[in-house]
Design a protein around this ligand. Structure first.
Ligand code: FES
Length: 106
């Protein structure tokens, strides 16, 4: 079973950029950082705000709503007011496409 979903052509995402995709109703933000791709649920664990438009410094992503910080590579929460990690999703490149899948129930 192929449960990977296409997000965008690999060449369409510049370094430091992101794109938000719908993965079976879940907003997933895919970032390109250091030549690698990282996918997180586009929902802050503090109060559910979209987080993809937050400030990205190195691999630290700051929620634009109340300023919680997270590690983009691991999803780990780094500062309040959030206390739970972001949900991360597997990412791969296949046939020139960035792909993600929902592995939460594996
Ligand atoms: S919703 Fe992100 S810090 Fe409050």
């Amino acid at each position: 079973m192929n449960d990977w979903s296409d997000v965008a052509p690999v060449d369409s995402l510049p370094e430091g950029g992101h794109i938000v995709a719908d993965l079976d109703g879940i907003p997933v933000a895919v970032f390109k950082l250091g030549g690698e791709f990282y996918a997180i649920e586009d929902a802050c664990t503090h109060d559910g705000a979209e987080i993809a438009s937050g400030r990205l410094e190195g691999d630290e992503l700051t929620c634009p709503r109340h300023g919680a910080r997270f590690c983009l590579r691991t999803g780990k929460v780094l500062s309040p007011p959030a206390y739970e990690d972001l949900t991360c999703f597997p990412v791969r490149v296949a046939d020139g496409m960035i792909q993600i899948r929902d592995a939460r129930w594996d």
